[in-house]
Unconditional design. Structure first.
Length: 157
């Protein structure tokens, strides 16, 4: 069953990417939660100047129409939500860490590095399969992607 769920997510991602790219948007992430009558499909979209409500509505209509027309989601019962990833967005692909180099971030690690699982600092980017986070003056940690449990930008209020 897990294989078919992954195939379903891959197909939905492909449809969402095509619709978003036509509108100058990118799909930041996609989640398919629940099952049966309580299934929720969340698509997070982004663009450099920020996402508007109209962008979300447009992608919702375009993607929803294709999903319904082609009966992509089994049982056709799902709730579609489209939104921005937000200012403290989750980071999980190498290109996310490269794109936001120079920005503040928090990493939560699966195993401690220097007896610490949570690290705040400034992203230096992604090099040789590792996320580089500056944690102080002349101090940085290098963490492999699989070591990261959760990563997100930190917004200065």
């Amino acid at each position: 069953m897990a294989g078919s769920r992954e195939a379903l997510i891959e197909k939905i991602t492909e449809i969402a990417n095509r619709a978003a790219q036509r509108e100058g948007l990118e799909v930041w992430s996609l989640e398919l939660l629940g099952s049966g009558q309580s299934r929720v499909l969340r698509i997070y979209i982004d663009k450099p100047e920020g996402v508007s409500h109209a962008d979300c509505e447009l992608i919702s209509h375009k993607v929803g129409a294709i999903l319904d027309e082609e009966s992509i989601i089994p049982g056709d019962s799902y709730q579609l939500e489209v939104s921005s990833p937000g200012v403290e967005r989750k980071l999980f692909r190498p290109e996310h860490f490269t794109r936001f180099a120079g920005k503040k971030a928090r990493l939560s690690l699966r195993e401690p590095v220097e007896n610490q699982r949570r690290w705040d600092g400034v992203l230096s980017g992604y090099e040789d399969g590792c996320v580089v986070l500056e944690t102080g003056v002349d101090k940085a940690i290098r963490v492999r992607m699989e070591q990261i449990e959760k990563a997100n930008l930190k917004f200065e209020w």
